[in-house]
Write a protein that binds this ligand. Structure first.
Ligand code: URP
Ligand code: ZN
Ligand code: ZN
Length: 469
């Protein structure tokens, strides 16, 4: 049999083994793993790793924040993702207060449609626990969005305890999955008020205003709610050792709880906020960067499967013109960091090469697990026959020094400036088409498709986690 395309002699990174073989692709799907396959087109991957396209379950493209918007739109953000080896993202719908959820969903889909260069799904943000909101959840699920984002902080978004419990229970009853941004709002408000009153307003005070205990308390509380509500839960961007401990305890008590961290919480520390002048603003994200000890414990949690997922929380704002909105007071600095392009490579150098995780765990954390958790597997996150031919050819020997000028992210800095990487993606395929090669985008804007997801495909509904915990 002749295939449309064959990737020859790469090391295929499969769930529990690495196999030097050919990968045959036909009609946009992976068709066969074998030897001496014959293709109409052929790619030599000798000496390279071949992995399923990375899945980033947490990005914010073109997101309105106060008077500004995150600086990557659906075009620039997905081009950057493609060049970094990411072929699927899940972004968010942020409905206006009182806006029908389905209306918000459709208009968000329209924003992406025709622009996205890679496939995308959407999580629905729930801003209250009112009966009229809860009544709309089945319609959202029926439209292919079975995951719901909640916040325990941020004015206008935060849910009180009763609302959080109600949303968790309602989503859980429908078979959906609730994502939580877990920080204690009262602690943050209280300390922020004290700091601002004392004119402690520069970026160095941002982490002071959001201590580790604000995260661990909120994680503990929401995991308790998940247990009471018999609901599964996904905690986004965990930044602290204490937060991870809470997660491990709940998992041990039978809660179906997934945990995500992000490269910034593994590789950067709060020391960045002490940079001279206003430069600490480049690192303002919520939760904030923590300590080296937290970094270490998060790596450990990834290696032990307490944390199952690495997302980016990509939410870029330019240093000049956006971050500087907070020149007078750190609370006005738009919160979020860029990172959609560098996740896979950072996790390879500082995870795999550094001996913290195996190459198979790397692929699980950046691709297979997010696909599983959010109902995309095995269409995404897999190299098995029948899966979409979303593939990364990764050169483990390529040396790259990260800089904002080489990245495609539409933002004037990278928090990883000067980081020395040993291993980098050299080719990305989306459904069998080469969409990036040697750092150049070769795909087409608009070729990314909306990925509807269904409750029966969520990992939490497949009883697989239970056997792993
Ligand atoms: O600071 C952050 N993380 N901004 C993006 C929105 C969020 O909280 O995830
Ligand atoms: Zn968040
Ligand atoms: Zn986020």
């Amino acid at each position: 049999m002749n295939f449309d395309l064959v990737i020859h002699d790469g090391t295929l990174v499969l769930p529990n083994e690495n196999l030097v073989a050919d990968l045959g692709i036909s009609e946009s799907k992976i068709a066969e793993i074998g030897k001496n396959l014959i293709g109409a087109r052929n790619i030599d991957a000798t000496g390279k790793l071949v992995l399923p396209g990375a899945v980033d379950p947490h990005v914010h493209l073109d997101m309105p924040v106060g008077a500004t918007r995150s600086s990557d739109d659906w075009a620039s953000g997905t081009i950057a993702a493609a060049c970094g080896g990411t072929t699927s993202i899940i972004d968010f719908i942020e409905p206006e207060p009182g806006q029908p959820l389905l209306q918000a969903l459709i208009s968000r889909e329209m924003e992406a449609n025709g622009k996205a260069a890679i496939d995308y799904g959407l999580h629905m943000t729930v801003r209250d626990g009112l009966a009229e909101t809860i009544a709309q959840l089945p319609g959202v699920i029926a439209h292919g969005c079975p995951s719901f984002k909640t916040y325990l902080t941020y004015a206008g978004f935060k849910l009180d305890d009763a609302a959080m419990l109600k949303v968790l229970e309602s989503v859980g009853t429908l078979g959906g999955l609730t994502l939580v941004h877990a920080e204690n709002d009262a602690i943050i408000e209280h300390i922020t008020h004290q700091l601002v009153s004392a004119r402690k307003t520069n970026p160095a005070y941002h982490p002071v205003s959001r201590p580790a205990s604000a995260e661990s308390e909120a994680i503990h509380r929401v995991l308790t709610f998940a247990k009471v509500a018999h609901a599964s839960i996904y905690i986004v961007h965990i930044s602290t050792a204490d937060g991870v401990e809470e997660l491990a305890r709940a998992q041990g008590n039978g809660v179906i709880a997934f945990g995500e961290t992000c490269p910034q919480y593994l590789l950067l520390t709060e020391a960045e906020y002490k940079r001279p002048d206003f430069e600490g603003a480049k690192f303002v994200c919520s939760p904030p960067l923590r300590t080296e000890f937290d970094n270490k414990q998060l790596w450990k949690a990834l290696s032990e499967d307490t944390l199952q997922s690495v997302g980016t929380d990509h939410c870029p704002f330019n240093y000049f013109g956006q971050k500087d909105l907070g020149q007078d007071v750190f609370t006005k600095i738009p919160s979020g960091l860029p990172g959609i392009e560098s996740r896979l490579a950072l996790l390879y150098t500082f995870g795999v090469r550094a001996g913290r995780i195996s190459v198979n765990q790397w692929v699980d954390l950046c691709s297979t697990n997010p696909a599983r958790i959010f109902g995309l597997y095995p269409q995404k996150g897999s190299l098995l026959p029948g899966s979409d031919a979303d593939i990364v050819v990764f050169d483990p020997n390529r040396k790259v020094v990260l800089s904002s000028t080489m990245l495609h992210e539409h933002v004037d800095y990278t928090p990883y400036q000067g980081f020395q990487l040993h291993g980098y993606p050299v080719m990305t395929l989306l459904r069998g088409d080469v969409i990036s090669e040697e750092g150049k985008f070769t795909g087409q804007l608009g070729s990314g498709q909306f990925m509807p997801r269904w409750v029966e495909d969520l990992w939490s509904n497949k009883n697989i986690r239970e056997s792993q915990i």
